[in-house]
Every structure is written in structure tokens, then in C-alpha cells.
Design a protein around this ligand. Structure first.
Ligand SMILES: [Zn+2]
Length: 417
């Protein structure tokens, strides 16, 4: 797709470049020819990458925008586009002249489609440069939350060993069901294949299938990892290994709980996978993945090995679309097992204090902290969940599953609102 303003090559563009020439080869070529780097061939610039001295600062490539990020008009969402370009250059954004303020530029674009490409072009004495980004319009957006619980395995072993007459005779599922009855909360439980002490999913009976089905509106099971150990099992694993483990767990969930209870994974154990694994995950139905996107001593962690720019962006935004895979990445707002009860509400308030980042809540915890035998048992874990869910409910957040529709909301028909 070409944007207005860049369909014709500028007079000072390099002629005779084969289409598809990589940027590196081109740079080498221009260096050999003694050319200056500003004379990029604009048509070959990758999305999200600037061809030189122009840079769109906002919106970010992959930004997911809703009514909080612009002005909702009859025909779309009008958003501000801003950035930096050489002082005297003429700048256009999607073909319209932008306003210059020193080295800055500002323009507005109306989003009318689910995805919109924004092209900022500068032209001046050093030639022409371009930066393109693509953004997603989350048109039907409304405040919503998704609760997912990681590292699940003990409750399945417990039910299999105790042979309860009901799933909810297990205190863990009973506690989750009470929260559902109180608030309508929905849970995705990300599970392991084995507890590594002899219990594996094939030992889990299928005699609770009807009960799983009766509760599938609020309780889903998803793959998380083969086992709790080793740490970071898929950080450097080939995509094929991750997918093979996923398929193994998925097959078991279908066998003992049925298709209605199955959810694609919401978090891969430790939030780290090889970039090559993302497309295969999408093919397995993954539409959203959560991570922490937190800084550590060497860069960023629990960030699906994203680059620094995108990790930093996600550390202070709700979501980001990765167009290459089609997966939306979501930053976890709270990890209940690591936040003391009295800090639950302040943590949620802090996480939503910027109204622009207050639309989508990603609430999260881990199963092991519910169990008294676990070394880091959290006795008030259920109270923490209650506090988080009560706050979300009282502040108008609707419980959703992110893999349904777009981040939990069905698409709305096109046309004026
Ligand atoms: Zn995990």
C-alpha cells in the first residue's frame, strides 16, 4: 500500500536501484559512490523504520488506539501525529502539510479502518526522507480486564489423586468459583503437562467433562509450559519444541475438559520465546500474549525478547501490536502473589492513573502461592484476588478473554457510530 505523497520518487532519489535491495546493501552502495546517507530510496523503507532524519514520535508503530487517544468523530478517530524533522524541511503526513515547530512537526490523521498506515515525509536541501508507522484502531473499546493464572499443575494432581465427586471440591477451584459468583470474573488457567513427581495430564480423568463444560463461560485452560523447571524453557528453544509441548497439553485439555474449555495460551512460561515462535503461536490461535516488559541489569526481561524500543514502550502502555506475527502484546498490570493485600488497590490505581493507559487491565497471579505446602505460600492470596477483582468491578471493567474478538471485544460493524 502506498501513501499519498510518496508514490513519485523525489528528483534526488537514487536511480536504478533494484526493487527489494536491502537497506544495508544500499548503504554500502552509496558509501562506495560517495553519496550522502540522506538520499535514501524511500520506497524500500520497512514499516516502522525511518529512512533518515525524519521520525514520527507519536503514535508508536503498532500502537493500539482507542477513544482515549484522540477525538471520536462521525467518520473515525482523529489522532495527533507528531515527530522530528530537519529544521527547514517541508513535512507532509499522509500527503497533508504538517505544522512545523522548530525541529518538530505536528499533524492530524483520521483513522477509519482497523489498521492505518501513517507516512511522514520530509523534503529539503538534503533530499527526502520518510518514516512510516502503522497503528490499530480499537474501535469498540471499553474498559475491560482479563485475569490469567500461571504455573498451574497442583490442582489437577489434587483432583486426580483425591478423586473428588466435583471439580469444585478442590479448594482452589472452589475459591475461583466463589469469585466468579461474586463478580462475574473469568479465569484462564495456564497449565503444565507434568508436576514432575509422577503426575502427568494423561492421568487426569475425563469424568468431569460435563462440569468443565458447564463452567466454560468463565473458566478456561491453556498451555503454559511442559513443566515448572527448567526456568525460561522456551527462551532459546526452537519454535518446534514449544509448539510440540503446546500441542501435547492442548490435546489433553481437549480430551478431559472439551473444546469449549480450551483457550490459546495467554503467557508462555517466563514470557520469553524465540521471535521465530510467534507466527507458529498465531497459527495455534494465539492473539494476545502478556509479559512484564520490565527493565533488568542487561536490558529488558519477560519481554518475549522484544527490542529495547518496543520493550520500553510496553513498559508504560497497555498493549502493542506486533504486525509481523499478528499478536497483540499486553503488559501485566498486577501480579497478585507479589503485592501485599493493602497494596493491591494502590497498585491498580497507579497502573491506571494515566487515563490513556487505563482501558485494558491485565490481572495476573500464579497457582503455587495458593498451596500451604509451597515454600512461598501466601495465606491471604484469595483476599488479594478479591481486592483486585472488586476494584476492577467497581471501576467499570468488564471481564473478558483476550483471545475472543479483539482483546475480548467482538468487532463492531463499520460505519458512523
Ligand atoms: Zn510461568
Amino acid at each position: 500500500m502506498r501513501q499519498p505523497g510518496i508514490t513519485k520518487p523525489a528528483a534526488n532519489e537514487v536511480e536504478g536501484m533494484a526493487k527489494g535491495t536491502t537497506r544495508r546493501r544500499f548503504l554500502q552502495g552509496t558509501a562506495a559512490a560517495g553519496m550522502i546517507a540522506a538520499t535514501f530510496q524511500t520506497r524500500n523503507v520497512a514499516l516502522g523504520e525511518s529512512s533518515g532524519s525524519i521520525q514520527i514520535s507519536e503514535p508508536f508503530h503498532g500502537a493500539v488506539l482507542n477513544h482515549r487517544h484522540g477525538e471520536q468523530t462521525n467518520d473515525g478517530l482523529r489522532i495527533r501525529v507528531s515527530g522530528e524533522a530537519p529544521l527547514r524541511d517541508r513535512v507532509t503526513v499522509n500527503g497533508s502539510p504538517a505544522e512545523r515547530q522548530g525541529t518538530g512537526f505536528v499533524s492530524h490523521v483520521v483513522l477509519r479502518e482497523k489498521e492505518t498506515e501513517i507516512a511522514a515525509v520530509s523534503e529539503g536541501s538534503f533530499g527526502r526522507a520518510e518514516h512510516r508507522v502503522r497503528v490499530v484502531w480499537d474501535r469498540p473499546s471499553q474498559p475491560r480486564y482479563r485475569f490469567s493464572i500461571d504455573d498451574n499443575s497442583f490442582f489437577l494432581r489434587d483432583i486426580a489423586q483425591k478423586k473428588y465427586s466435583s471439580l469444585f471440591d478442590c479448594f482452589y477451584l472452589k475459591g475461583l468459583r466463589e469469585l466468579n459468583a461474586r463478580y462475574g470474573v473469568r479465569f484462564v488457567l495456564n497449565i503444565y503437562y507434568t508436576t514432575e513427581d509422577g503426575f502427568e495430564l494423561p492421568q487426569f480423568p475425563d469424568r468431569y467433562k460435563a462440569e468443565w463444560r458447564d463452567n466454560c463461560e468463565w473458566l478456561k485452560l491453556a498451555f503454559h509450559a511442559y513443566a515448572n523447571k527448567p526456568d525460561r524453557p522456551y527462551q532459546y528453544a526452537p519454535a518446534a519444541q514449544l509448539i510440540a509441548d503446546l500441542d501435547k497439553v492442548a490435546e489433553q485439555i481437549h480430551r478431559f475438559a472439551g473444546e469449549q474449555t480450551y483457550s490459546p495460551p495467554t503467557v508462555i512460561h517466563w514470557g520469553q520465546v524465540q521471535p521465530a515462535a510467534l507466527k507458529p503461536l498465531y497459527q495455534r490461535g494465539v492473539r494476545a500474549l502478556s509479559g512484564y516488559f520490565r527493565p533488568n541489569s542487561t536490558g529488558w526481561d519477560v519481554n518475549y525478547l522484544f527490542d529495547d524500543a518496543r520493550s520500553e514502550y510496553l513498559s508504560r502502555h497497555d498493549t502493542l501490536m506486533d504486525f509481523e506475527s499478528g499478536i497483540v502484546f499486553s503488559r501485566v498490570d498486577i501480579v497478585c502473589n507479589s503485592v501485599p493485600l493493602e497494596r493491591i488497590v494502590p497498585t491498580l490505581e497507579e497502573s491506571t492513573k494515566d487515563p490513556k493507559e487505563a482501558e485494558i487491565l491485565d490481572i495476573f497471579t500464579h497457582e503455587q502461592y495458593f498451596w500451604p505446602f509451597y515454600s512461598n505460600y501466601v495465606p491471604d492470596h484469595f483476599q488479594r484476588l478479591d481486592a483486585a477483582i472488586r476494584w476492577a468491578t467497581e471501576h467499570g471493567y468488564k471481564p473478558v478473554f483476550f483471545h475472543e474478538g479483539f482483546l475480548g471485544l467482538p468487532p463492531r460493524a463499520a460505519g458512523p457510530q
